[in-house]
Structures are given as C-alpha cells and as structure tokens.
Design a protein around this ligand. Sequence first.
Ligand SMILES: Nc1ncnc2c1ncn2[C@@H]1O[C@H](COP(=O)(O)OP(=O)(O)OP(=O)(O)O)[C@@H](O)[C@H]1O
Ligand SMILES: O=P(O)(O)OC[C@H]1O[C@H](OP(=O)(O)OP(=O)(O)O)[C@H](O)[C@@H]1O
Ligand SMILES: O=C(O)c1cccnc1
Ligand SMILES: [Mg+2]
Length: 639
Amino acid sequence: MQVIACIPQISDIHTGCLTKMSSTEIFMQRLVDSRSQQAPPALLSPSIHTESEYIINSSPSPSYSPSLSSYFEEDTRSSFRNCTSRESLISTTSEKVLLMSSEQQSSVVQPLLTDLYQISMAYAYWKPNKHQELATFDLYFRKNPFGGEYTLFAGLDECLKFVRDYKFHSSDIEYLRASLPSYIESEFFDYLSTLNMNDIKIYAVPEGTVVFPRLPLMRIEGPVIKTQLIETTLLTLVNYASLVATNAARFRSAIGADKTLLEFGLRRAQGPDGGLSASKYCYLGGFDGTSNLLAGKLYGIPVKGTHAHAYVSSYESMDDLSERELCDRITGQRRPFADLCLQYLNVIGPVLKILPDETNKGELAAFISYAIAFPTNFLALVDTYDVLKSGVPNFLAVARALHECNYQAVGLRIDSGDLAYLSLEVRAKFHEISKKLNLSYMEHFTIVASNDINEDTLVSLEKQGHSIDSFGIGTHLVTCQKQPALGCVYKLVELAGSPRIKISQDIEKVTIPGRKNLFRFYGHDGKALCDLLTRIDEPEPQAAVRMLSRHPFSEQKRAYVTPTSVRSLYNLYWADGEIKYSLPTLKQIRTYVREQINELRKDHKRDLNPTPYKVSVSDDLFQFMHKLWMKNVPIGELE
Ligand SMILES: Nc1ncnc2c1ncn2[C@@H]1O[C@H](COP(=O)(O)OP(=O)(O)OP(=O)(O)O)[C@@H](O)[C@H]1O
Ligand SMILES: O=P(O)(O)OC[C@H]1O[C@H](OP(=O)(O)OP(=O)(O)O)[C@H](O)[C@@H]1O
Ligand SMILES: O=C(O)c1cccnc1
Ligand SMILES: [Mg+2]
C-alpha cells in the first residue's frame, strides 16, 4: 500500500499547468490502488470529480490578519502587478493548477491504522455480548505544550472523515484472520466486515478553539466496541495536528502579525504524512504559506519558495551563461541583460564601497540566469559566498538591470550568519542605493531569513531589532523541537449509564467521570475568564448569574464567578451516520484561530511564566466526582 503523500505529483509549480482530466484520473487511480484494490464507496462517488480550477497566484496577505477573501479569489492580477505588490513577494508566478476537493482523506487513515489492542478488546467485548453497551469516552490532554498555557485544538475535520469512511475492507479482514489467534470465532470477523460508525455520536469543540488541560475536546458516545475501536486513530489525528498548530501559533505570537511566516519543513518532517500534516496545521495556526506543493494542491494553502545554494553554486563564471538577453516587459525589445548587470555592478560597487571585481561572478551569473527565468519574481539567495561583499551587490546590480527592462525585483534571502545584524546592514544598503538611484521601491525589497529558526530565535530577533520581512522556517517548527508530542488521552467516563473513574496516585491523572458539558465564561472586557465543566443534566450556566466554580481536585480552590457572557463549547458533529455540522474551510478555521487567541488575556500568552488559565468544575460535578472517587479507593489497612 502506498501513502498518497509519498506519490510524486505530476507537475510542480515551476513546470506549468496540470490538465484537469489527467490530474483527476491519476489522483483517483492512486487512491484506488492505495486501498488494496477496493476504494471505499465515498472515494469513488462522483462528488470527488467535482473539482474546480483555481489560479495559484500571489499569496492573499502576508499579514496575520487574513480576511476571508480567498487566496484563490485574487486570480486576475497580472504578473507584473504581482511582482510589485508586497503581498506577492517570493511567490511563484501565476500558474493554473487544479485544487483537489479536500473531501478525501489520506489513504493511510483507515481502520487498521490502530493498535492491536483495540481489536483484541473488540473481540473481548463481542464474545460475551457486551459490545453493544453504551459507552462515553473523553478525549483530552493533561498539560499544555511548549511550557505555554494554551493549546489549539486541531484535527477534528480529519476525525470526522475517518468515522464517515470507517470500513474494514476484505484484505483487512483477511489480514486480521491471519494475524489473530486461530481460535477467534469466525463470526467476529464477519461482524467486523459490516461495521460502520453510524450509531455513534461525536460532540466536540470547534476546530481551532483555544483549549486547556483536562477539557474533553471530544466526547464520543455509542456502543463500546465502536467507541473503543476508534481511540488510537482519533488520538493520532488530534495529537500532532494540535501540537504543530499550537507551535505555529506560538511562532506567530513571537514575531507579530505583520511579518510573513512560511513553512519550509517538508524535508525535515517526520515522514511524508507528518510533512503534509505540518503544512496543513501550521497554516491553520497562523503561517502564511508553505513550500509544500502537495499541501498547496490538497488544502489550497498558498505555496511560496525561493531557490537553494545548489542553484547559485551551479554557475562558476559569467561564461556559464547560455542566455544573456531579456525582453523588455513593455516594449518586447531584446535587451543585453547580462551586460546591463555588469554595467550596473560598476555603478553600485562604489556606492556600497566594494570593488565590483570582488563579487563572485558565478553568483552573479546565477542571479542573472534566475532573473531571466523569473523576471517578475526575482528573489536571490545571497549568502552562498559573502552576503555584504558579494550577494547584495550582485543582487542589486541585477535588480537595477531588471528595472531597466521595466521589471521590479522582489528581494533576497539570507540563510546563515547573524540574521538581525545582516538584515539591518542589508536594509541600510537598500536605503543608500534607493536614494542614489532615485528608485524608492528598492528600499523596501523583501528580506527573507531562514536557517534553523525556532521560537526563541524569533523572540530574540524581536528584542534585538531587525529588518526581516519574511521567515522561512522548517526543522524546529515541524518537528516541534521544544516538545515533540502532545499527550492527548482517551478515557472511558461512562458505561451503560454508570459513571467510570480512573484513579491514579498522580492526582492530575484521575479522570473526571460521567458525561459532561463545557462552557467558557467571558468577562466584561470580552476576554475568556475561565472554563467550566458541568454534569450533562445540570442547567446551563447563565450570563450575569453568580455561580461557584471549583478546582476539580483541590477542595480549597474555588471561586464565585459572574460571567458577562457564556459560550457553550460543544457541537454535535457526528450522529445518524452523517456529519451534522457544516465544517468550516481551513482558511476560515485559521481566521477563527486568530480570534480565539485574541480572546485570551495577554498574561496567559506571555512567553515566560504565563498565568495558568482556570479550568473548573461545577459544585455538582465536584461532589459527584469526589463521592465516586471515595467509593472506588479501598481504605488502607495499617498493621
Ligand atoms: N541575531 C540572531 N539572534 C539569535 N539567533 C540568531 C541570530 N542570527 C542567527 N541566529 C540563529 O543562530 C544559529 C546560527 O547557526 P550556525 O551557528 O550554524 O551558523 P551559520 O550562520 O548557519 O553558520 P554557517 O555559515 O557556518 O552555516 C541559527 O540557528 C540561527 O537561526
Ligand atoms: O533551517 P530550517 O528551519 O530547517 O529551514 C529550512 C532549511 O532548508 C533549506 O536548506 P537546508 O537546511 O536543506 O540546507 P542548508 O542548511 O545547507 O542551507 C533552507 O535553506 C533552510 O535553511
Ligand atoms: O523555497 C525555499 O527557499 C525553501 C524551501 C524549502 C526549504 N528551504 C528553502
Ligand atoms: Mg539548514
């Protein structure tokens, strides 16, 4: 079986258009192949063919305040206008691609993507006919990641697609028959082969909601065999998604709303599926784009990119240039572009106080060649030899020559050295040149920085002062360097109408029993005050009504709270075999994430020792839980 994410795509952004038929057919064929001959009916339904054409254009907005206007809606701007707008910096030229409907799920997400013990338990539930007993499970985590005090809930959309498409295929059943002990009754496998998730219910907080430890992010109700069987897959869909989305949001908070953040992590991610998920959920968490083309195609994320050192070092001298001319954008006249670049290097050198002879001519040739290939999107990687003595003067010479041919360069990327210092020095040189040449836009060329950037680097760069417009971030973002896993768990809280509790010596690990509701209280400033869990049949808390909220475990920790407004956090997302709630697009979730983070008080978000947010329980739930706790803990005997 092949994971869709591994499959080489039929075109990349630089090589032109995909044709509608071929991409659909090939994509479909791969989906089918990858599910061992049988594609699930949902994947073969005609709806998958309803894809529409989009233009991959410049990004919608480099800022952190994207409007709902789609990246793909800005489809009519000319290349030249793209290149002059700051929004389009380092984006690719306009290319037509087909955006696949994101209705489908990576084929790796399927019922066998689970732990053996789920199937073992399923059989053990089924054999004594216990499997239809109604169970409730809570999915939650116990500690916020990265030393922070909030987490973004992500992955819900994928969980819902998973339960929607849940079906063991004949090869899965064959595999299970061959793998499990031979005395397992054959009827169990027959039962599994007809199993679907139509009679379970999933309540959840909306995807993108800011959440906290111990809050059930999802409440799953239904026959115990089914609700148990989906544990591992739901956890794997939520854990990394929420972790990396939270990481992205923290990077965003560190650098502010006005900088462009690009995810460059595919090469460093934990495998192809990890790379694809990283691109998706970093965008959700507040990044502006990705270098990952497949993520762009599948999820409609803006794709952006520059070039690598290999390209620069592939040229040794000006003699390597096989093409030296460029057509003027307006007149169409052929211009001696390489000669113009050399000429302008002689003008720029003295202004920057460098000897034109000293810049690396292989680098200059590479820049010239790249500018001829992408005259409207020229962005040069300037640190292959020496940023200030070679890369920047060469870049500026080419930019000036482009101007002569009625194009505007976009900017440059720095991938080593002291990024704060270099960016300020480079900006100062832009300033000098723009004054000298009387070309004011040159002062505002984009400076992209990359190279092992993490959250602390961003915080530090902000403190030092810098002139970077855009950050390309890979390794530390997608691998979640500071904390590589979120510990979401899935715990039974009720069976056959009776509450269940899991006791632990570690008080934080004791589960909160029974079916519960979840409310967020807001203060008069519109900021979130605290969250409150109640028993399922308690009356809903009301705005302006004072009520007692209690710490779930510490008896003495309690407070009266009078919320200005109250929000019920759960929606019923899955019931009667269908997704009940119209799911927002990735872009809408991204906007919601920003609103959610704005609802949090600053002190919960600061990078050093943030204030913990209060997650409380109602008095009723507190009493209920502690009674059950007492009942379940045996009294010790001292001798
Ligand atoms: N001004 C700065 N403040 C804090 N961290 C910075 C700053 N500039 C760069 N960094 C970070 O410092 C690290 C520098 O990496 P490293 O020591 O490997 O140097 P380098 O510039 O990549 O060296 P080389 O040119 O040899 O590859 C990177 O993680 C980078 O993100
Ligand atoms: O640094 P990251 O945050 O992971 O971002 C992605 C990196 O990937 C690229 O180069 P690569 O690391 O492959 O090679 P290089 O370090 O030698 O440039 C790019 O130049 C960045 O440095
Ligand atoms: O486009 C880039 O500059 C890029 C893409 C991936 C990794 N590093 C850099
Ligand atoms: Mg690197």
